[in-house]
Design a protein around this ligand. Structure first.
Ligand SMILES: NC(=O)c1ccc[n+]([C@@H]2O[C@H](COP(=O)([O-])OP(=O)(O)OC[C@H]3O[C@@H](n4cnc5c(N)ncnc54)[C@H](OP(=O)(O)O)[C@@H]3O)[C@@H](O)[C@H]2O)c1
Length: 244
C-alpha cells in the first residue's frame, strides 16, 4: 500500500476513534448482496441482535449461518421475483431494507463498445431490483427505513471522468429514484437514505482504503440514528450531504 494511502486510511480511522457505535436490536432486516463486501459485514454485525433475510446472488459460502438468518438466493439480472419470493418477504414483515447488492459490469464500458443488452442487465441489478424490493417490502406495512447504497460515481455534479457507462449511469438512476421515493414515503414516516459508502476495499474495489467492516458500522450508525433530515439526501458515511 502506498504511503499516501496509508496516511489517508489512518487519518480516517483516527478521526473516528471516539465516535459512538450504534447497536440495532430486535428488527427484521433484509440485506441484499449479503455474501460479499459491505453487505456481508452488515450481515455479520446486524445478525447478532436481529432477524435477517440475507439475499444472495450465486454463492453463500461466506455466510456464517445462524438460525436467525434466512438465506434466499436470487439473481437480480432478470428481475425474477415470483409469488413465493414476494410472500416470503412479506411474511418476514421487514422493518429495514438495505440495498447493498450491485454489479459493476465489465471493465470495457467505453462509448465504442457499450450495448443495450449489457446496459439493461446492470440497470436491472443496480436500479430496478432495489426499486422492486422496496415495492415488495412496502406490502407488509412494517417498513420504517430503506438504505440504498449508491456510489460517488453516480453524482452528476462531482463526475469529472468519462467511461464506465453502465455502472455510473445506474447509480445516477438509483440516486434519482431514491430522492423520488423519499418524497413519496415522507407522510408514512419511512426514511430513505441514499448513501455513498466510501472507498472500501471489497471484491468490487480491490484498491479501497477503508475496510468493509468500518463502512458497515458507519452505515449501522446512520440507521440507528434514523434522522429524517437525511432522508432523500445523498450522504456519505460521516453524514455529509453531497451533491447529486
Ligand atoms: N467498495 C467501494 O469502494 C464502493 C464504493 C462506492 C459504492 N459501493 C457500493 O457498495 C455496495 C456494495 O459493494 P461492495 O463494495 O461490497 O462490492 P462486492 O463485495 O462486490 O458486493 C456486491 C454484492 O452484490 C451482489 N450482486 C452482484 N450481482 C448480483 C446479481 N446479479 N444479483 C444479485 N446480487 C448481485 C454480489 O453477489 P455475488 O458476489 O454472488 O455476485 C455481492 O454480494 C454496492 O452497491 C456498490 O456499488 C462500493
Amino acid at each position: 500500500m502506498g504511503i499516501l494511502k496509508t496516511i489517508k486510511r489512518k487519518t480516517i480511522l483516527l478521526g473516528n476513534l471516539f465516535s459512538k457505535n450504534f447497536i440495532i436490536k430486535g428488527k427484521n432486516i433484509i440485506i441484499t448482496g449479503s455474501n460479499s463486501g459491505i453487505g456481508l459485514e452488515l450481515l455479520n454485525k446486524l445478525s447478532r441482535e436481529n432477524n435477517i433475510i440475507a439475499l444472495v446472488n450465486k454463492s453463500l459460502e461466506n455466510i456464517n449461518y445462524k438460525k436467525n438468518i434466512k438465506i434466499i438466493q436470487n439473481n437480480f439480472e432478470n428481475l425474477e421475483f415470483d409469488e413465493t419470493f414476494i410472500e416470503e418477504l412479506n411474511d418476514f414483515k421487514p422493518n429495514i431494507l438495505i440495498n447493498s447488492a450491485a454489479n459493476f459490469g465489465p471493465e470495457n464500458q467505453f462509448l465504442e463498445n457499450i450495448n443495450s443488452k449489457d446496459f439493461q442487465k446492470i440497470i436491472n441489478i443496480n436500479v430496478l431490483a432495489p426499486l422492486r424490493l422496496i415495492q415488495i417490502c412496502l406490502g407488509s406495512n412494517n417498513l420504517r427505513q430503506i438504505m440504498n447504497i449508491t456510489s460517488g460515481m453516480g453524482s452528476l455534479t462531482n463526475g469529472h471522468d468519462g467511461g464506465y457507462y453502465y455502472y455510473r449511469t445506474s447509480k445516477t438512476m438509483l440516486n434519482s429514484i431514491s430522492k423520488n421515493i423519499a418524497y413519496d414515503l415522507k407522510n408514512k414516516k419511512i426514511n430513505l437514505f441514499c448513501l455513498q459508502p466510501g472507498n472500501v476495499k471489497t471484491k468490487m474495489n480491490s484498491s479501497g482504503i477503508i475496510s468493509a467492516e468500518f463502512s458497515a458500522q458507519k452505515i449501522i450508525n446512520i440507521l440507528g440514528e434514523d434522522n429524517s433530515n437525511f432522508s432523500g439526501k445523498l450522504i456519505d458515511i460521516n453524514r455529509n450531504i453531497l451533491n447529486w
